[in-house]
Write a protein that binds this ligand. Structure first.
Ligand SMILES: [Fe+2]
Length: 339
């Protein structure tokens, strides 16, 4: 199976036929695979490049500049710098309870920020003197990605013959986040050992995600025709592709009609030498507004298809899923993607 590539220029095109065709293919790919790739996205290439430049500078900052903005893992939403190995995505989908005292880590560090006006989880920025323009670039990237997600959500709704605002009336991107990952160089033997991964198989918690994978191809997606196996997501930096991924909230809202896409970050399948090269990735997690319920919407519940997921607020769901990948908090997490 190959993930389709769609030309997002159709979104701004004059032709209703082009827009209809785009919507149809968007929905088909997201429903069938959980993924689609876009070219000519409205998130402009110079902004993506500028954001990559800034994040490379951020992770090179000395500890003294990053420690004041370290993430508080007791909060429901990450903000600031997640230290190397702190987040353990193994607990999201790989933990079946049979391994005693597991210590499966992620070989990565991250930075998270959200809406500039977020008062519940305020953003944490490095001092402007240490990294000028960083906050301004991230905020522009946040809004550009956010605008694209809302357009895609309306396109999905229309293709389902539903009210165009059925998803966007529940999402203003107030709770959405930018997640930036840095994967330092690591020995190939460490990743091949089986107890450390760059990112373990998981599904994103939100509605949809936008992933800008960077220049090293390592993002892999589950082959649904052969569950449990993964295929590399082909990606050429020059093609300016954006990967769109269905998240758990969309799966819950649609009562399983659209299934979240399982994915991971692996080392390149083909590589020379013993060191896996450094890598960065940019992600936008489009999330439901915090007060909104994330159980199945009534439009997806019938006599024959009862509600498959419990109703709880988006903030409660975020809190439970976030706690799952911090092992010291894992016992607090009662809700999984399929709960
Ligand atoms: Fe992810």
């Amino acid at each position: 199976m190959t993930i389709p590539v769609l030309d997002a220029a159709a979104l701004k095109g004059e032709s209703p036929q082009q827009r209809d065709d785009f919507r149809s293919k968007l929905f088909e790919s997201l429903s069938t695979y959980g993924f689609v790739k876009l070219i000519n996205s409205p998130v402009q290439v110079p902004l993506v490049m500028e954001t990559f430049d800034q994040i490379k500078k951020f992770f090179k900052l000395p500890l003294a500049d990053k420690l004041p903005i370290v993430n508080d893992r007791t909060h429901s939403q990450q903000r600031g710098w997640c230290t190397p190995g702190e987040e353990k995505t193994w607990y999201l989908e790989s933990n079946n309870g049979t391994i005693k005292e597991p210590d499966f880590g992620d070989s990565k560090e991250s930075f998270d920020c959200g809406h500039p006006d977020d008062e519940l989880f305020p953003n944490k920025w490095p001092a402007a003197a240490a990294l000028s323009g960083y906050q301004e670039t991230m905020e522009r990237f946040f809004f550009s990605c956010g605008d694209l997600t809302l357009v895609l959500l309306e396109a999905i709704a229309l293709e389902m013959k539903l009210d165009a605002k059925i998803f966007t009336s529940r999402c203003t991107n107030e709770a959405s986040t930018i997640r930036i990952n840095h994967f330092p160089p690591v020995e190939k033997a460490v990743l091949d050992r089986g107890d450390v991964s760059r990112i373990w198989p998981h599904k994103d918690f939100g509605i949809i995600s936008l992933v800008f994978p960077g220049e090293v191809t390592e993002l892999e997606y589950e082959d649904r025709s052969n569950p449990g196996t993964f295929l590399p997501m082909p990606y050429e930096l020059d093609s300016r592709e954006v990967v769109v991924i269905v998240g758990e909230t969309m799966q819950r809202w649609t009562n399983g009609t659209m299934q979240a896409g399982l994915h991971r970050v692996n080392r390149p399948r083909e590589m020379h030498g013993d060191i896996v090269p450094e890598r960065w990735s940019l992600v936008y997690f489009n999330k439901a507004d915090r007060h909104v319920q994330v159980g199945p919407l009534k439009e997806f519940v019938t006599q024959e298809k009862k509600a498959m997921y419990e109703d709880l607020s988006a903030l409660e769901y975020q809190s439970l899923r976030n706690a799952t990948h911090y092992p010291e908090r894992v016992n607090e997490a009662k809700v999984g993607a399929a709960a």
